[in-house]
Design a protein around this ligand. Structure first.
Ligand code: COA
Length: 188
């Protein structure tokens, strides 16, 4: 079972069906904060919707070993992360992530994403993790840059958000980038 302590009373737990109620409550409480950027924050409104989302994650995890996780702070669900399907020959994937408004601004997501990058590169031997965000999502862009993702350009009108075509900023980090940064961070 995937579970990781990420320090300061926070941990990552595989999203499982018994989390559906907590996940639904989390989405309902944070709809206004997540809604501008995450389509599913509008569409998950019932327990069945929450279950279906979690089940999609469990099916993906079984396929490629990349877990969809919830983030807990002091035993309260405060966010989550997911992976897009693994692209096998290039050993590449893409990560998505969300926090509650009150959990944002404290470095929690930086620790959480770093933990998932370690899983992807160190444990699963992937070579590339991408991250895409709307160009206007300043916090998500700042997160990518803080973690050493390289900016690879803007894919104009490549995504639809609530019926609007939006421009997406593309970022990615490679296994070599990750190892260099970690060696530097750990003073090796
Ligand atoms: C995108 C999102 C996850 C970013 O969260 P975040 O809180 O900015 O990221 P972190 O948890 O890494 O925190 C970084 C912030 O904490 C501060 N911080 C405090 N202590 C810190 C530490 N030890 N390490 C890093 N940052 C720290 C940073 O200065 C930064 O704050 P600032 O942006 O005001 O300068 C969050 O805003 C969110 O969920 N938004 C809504 C959903 C969304 O947009 N998802 C992405 C869709 S692509």
């Amino acid at each position: 079972m995937f579970r990781r302590d990420i320090g300061e009373g926070a941990d990552l737990r595989l999203l499982e069906t018994h989390h559906a109620e907590a996940f639904l409550e989390f989405v309902a409480a944070n709809r206004a904060y997540l809604g501008p950027w995450l389509e599913w924050a509008h569409t998950i409104t019932t327990l069945d919707d929450a279950q279906a989302f979690i089940e999609r994650g469990i099916a993906r995890y079984a396929q490629d070993g990349l877990p969809w996780v919830s983030i807990w702070q002091d035993n309260q669900m405060v966010g989550g992360m997911l992976f897009f399907p693994l692209d096998r020959p290039p050993r590449a994937t893409e990560i998505g992530y969300w926090l509650s408004e009150s959990a944002s601004g404290h470095g929690l997501m930086s620790r959480a994403v770093r933990t998932m990058l370690s899983l992807a590169f160190d444990d699963l031997n992937l070579n590339r993790v991408a991250l895409q965000t709307e160009v206007d999502n300043a916090r998500a862009c700042a997160l990518a840059e803080r973690l050493g993702f390289a900016f690879e350009g803007v894919r104009r009108q490549s995504w639809v958000n609530q019926g609007r075509l939006v421009d997406m900023a593309g970022y990615a980090i490679l296994a070599d980038d990750w190892r260099r940064r970690e060696a530097y961070r750990q003073g090796r």
